[in-house]
Write a protein that binds this ligand. Structure first.
Ligand code: AMP
Ligand code: ZN
Length: 105
């Protein structure tokens, strides 16, 4: 998607520090953190929201990515959130998973 901020970050058109990356996902810090640590796990391939996400293809990899990045950063206690749809507070329409933790990294 040409006009999507997370697609632009995925392609390196907008610079952002990747805390973690694998073939299908990358992880960045949220610009406006709502916890001591607030990360976003973002698929490299665009989908508007969880409703359009190919869970068959990427579901296991998404869970593994969350496990790997939290382990790498020493985060043992956290919650995840996926805002899906405008009424649920979704603002960026490229799927992303929030990781929120009291652990400081
Ligand atoms: P949501 O409400 O689930 O769509 O969340 C979008 C999140 O993306 C918000 O928490 C924003 O702070 C965050 N965000 C928007 N643009 C950027 C960016 N360029 N880098 C990091 N986080 C961003
Ligand atoms: Zn996108």
């Amino acid at each position: 998607m040409t006009d999507c901020i997370f697609c632009k970050i995925a392609k390196g058109e907008i610079k952002s520090d990747f805390l973690y990356e694998n073939d299908n996902f990358f992880v960045i810090k949220d610009l406006n953190p709502k916890a001591n640590t607030h990360l976003l796990v973002i698929p490299k391939e665009h989908s508007n929201s969880l409703n359009e996400f190919d869970g068959e293809k990427y579901g296991k990899c998404l869970i593994k990515t969350i496990q790997d990045v939290t382990k790498k950063l020493g985060i043992k206690s956290y919650k995840i959130q996926i805002n899906t749809g405008k009424e649920a507070g979704q603002e960026v329409f490229h799927l992303h998973v929030h990781i929120l933790s009291n652990t400081k990294i």
